[in-house]
Design a protein. Sequence first.
Length: 136
Amino acid sequence: MPVFWQLLRKAKNTFDKQLDKTNRIKSRCVERVVGVDASDVEKFWLTYKDQVDSLLDSKRFERQCEEKSLTAKIVAEHIVFLGNGAVRRVRDEGVDCLGSEIMLYQESFTSNKLESVIPSITKDSSSTQEEDSSAA
């Protein structure tokens, strides 16, 4: 199993043991595991975003979320947290396979992390390009 999914499994197992199951706690569980076990935190969050985007590529997924008055991007964030099996199941069967639990996925718990990591990577790559062009 790829390291990304192993890290998410650890975070989910920690979250499942919590009495308070808020998005803030979910976010802290991910941050704690990633901060301790991930060799490359930015790569983890980029992979997370890629997994979210892969669900968003499905028009069926977006339509099903819209029918339930849910934001597809936020639902996708939560599904990725559930693990690779949940992502595959949702791709194959649709969001209804999650049952009523899907109605809990109305607020983002990763957007701050995703937004804070991705601009820094974009900025780093553009400054590298500027250095390369000035050296030429």
